[in-house]
Design a protein around this ligand. Sequence first.
Ligand code: PRX
Length: 657
Amino acid sequence: MVKEATLNGVQWVVPDPKRENWYWPSEALKVHAWASDAKIYAQAAADPIAFWSQQADQLTWSKQWTKAYEDEPFAYRWFVGGKLNLSYNSLDRHVAAGKGGKTALIWEPEPVDEPSRIFTYQELLAEVSRFANALKALGVRKGDRVGIYLPMIPEAVIAMQAVVRIGAVHTVVFSAFSPESLRDRLLDCGAKVLITADGYYRRGKKIPLKQQADQALTGTSVEKVVVVRRAGNEIPMQKGRDVWYHESVAGQSTHFPPEEMDAEDLSFILYTSGTTGKPKGVMHTTGGYAVQVYATSKLDFNLHEDDIHFCTADVGWITGHSYINYGPLMNGVATLVYEGTPDAPDFGRMWQIIAKHKVTVYYTAPTAIRMHVKWGEEWPAKHDLSSLRVLGTVGEPINEEAWHWYFEHIGGKRCPIIDTWWQTETGATCVQALPGIGPFIPTVAGRPFPGIRAKIVDAGGVPVKTGDGGYLVMEPPFPPALLRGLYGDSEKFRATYFGEFGPRLYFTKDGARMDEMGNIRITGRVDDVMNVAGHRLATAEVEDALAQHPLVTEVAVVSKPDEVKGEVPVAFVLLKKGVHPSEDLKKDLIKTVDQHIGPTARPAAIYFTEDVPKTRSGKIMRRILKALVRNEPIGDLTTLRNPECVEDLQKAVGYKA
Ligand code: PRX
């Protein structure tokens, strides 16, 4: 094994001598990597259950499982009978192994003049235990749902850890979501407690959060609200309901015995967009989730003890759950949490943070990289990025230009780019190239992770020929971290994921193609789900929000490609009789979207129109609207009830095809 101290600036990849744009791990990387032999794929494929059991053996179980995997239609279980606790595996076991003094969490506040906060494993365990005791005193018990509406501060990780330590179920809601979005989620899961903050910093300004939370609480089952003091802004506290975080933990013991959880016990619910206006509560278990998150963190990013892992996602998304919190901590490495935006105080902030903390793994979204491309390579050039070993991407297909920029200007043509494909539903990465194995190819995610059976099928569920496009599906044994259901809606769970191809094929809703080596290129969603700046959003959600405006009668939303954000929503709006379209009305509609969902869902363009294309049965033909905004061929109009409206729409959007 290569000595950690000598790793800065090492050449981790080499170009393929024959194939342009292909890269392979260098000998140095192969020596340093957990997995460096492609045989791992064949071995795991021969017995996936044995492969996952070997991974599970690396965690600490308070009771050994009796059966590693079993399934029946629509139900699959891993590590049956096994008992463990996620927080124990993230914290206690490292302390027990004598590593309590190692750095666990590095927090970088947005204001540059404010010091970083650093927690060792021992300190993080103590703080998590104190807060678990505080939550218990507030009445939180095993199985209770706890909402978390926090900015990117250490308490976000502490709160999640404390909740799972008790055996309660967290539901984290992205802090930029509107009060209404928060309320919907709290109502749906019946949350008993909400953890929030007074505010946080964004581009030097204090952004209030508690007021938003207050608006969301009316009519919910939330009994207690814990408020972290972060921004020091004036906020109302409701007597009997609201408590300050620092007061709640004062005097609490730094010991809290972790609840022994069944492998199949629910660990958290995370809401994500489906094709309807209502987000779905994706349910994750404890054992299978822990195992796949642990193993993928370790192998995807080649995590070793001295690594400093910086994932730029928000804790409100699955990426933050798995690769800021549980994955790095279960691996005993340091995880870096950054409060702010990449442009505060200047466009070099991320690179300054990497240099300051000697970050070794940097994991971000293609949309963020495209933003950096626009800002220019002079920003990373100002900072020493030689500590980096592995670069990762997630959330959407990465385009060639962004890949090369990332590879050259951030990785110094030294570091592999691990393009990880996965979903809120899969809980952990499923398709990627492994650092010590490769190959690393722009726009190609890689092979299914060892032990995962994925294939590309046609509409009838039949595998397509190598290289042909089709639908990405997964076969049993299903990945350990795959969702076990949608909260309160088992019918929807079956229909959404197993409706197309039956209970033996999980449908990802992504299009893809596979080469002869098994490398998968993801082509994008095949349902009405958009990917806006890395945020998953249903066109139906934006439609529902706009339709709530009192002057709107009907609305259709489609997505359009965008150079930086990947995709953006575009809205066609029909107004009530006598209402005149205006710029002010557009602004008002944007406000409506902010209010019902949040600014991430704002349409990039709003077209006021007299009509939208419809079938004879009255269904809006979004396919045609999509072609119009993308300047693609419109296709057959004969099935339309109102083909005449298409001409007007062409003029409105400036259609050129
Ligand atoms: O379309 C795929 C895309 O993001 C979707 C999942 O979104 P979400 O649940 O929000 O999770 C994002 C973070 C895991 C997928 O169905 N997607 C995710 N990763 C990639 C991707 N598309 C292409 N390449 C990826 N690496």
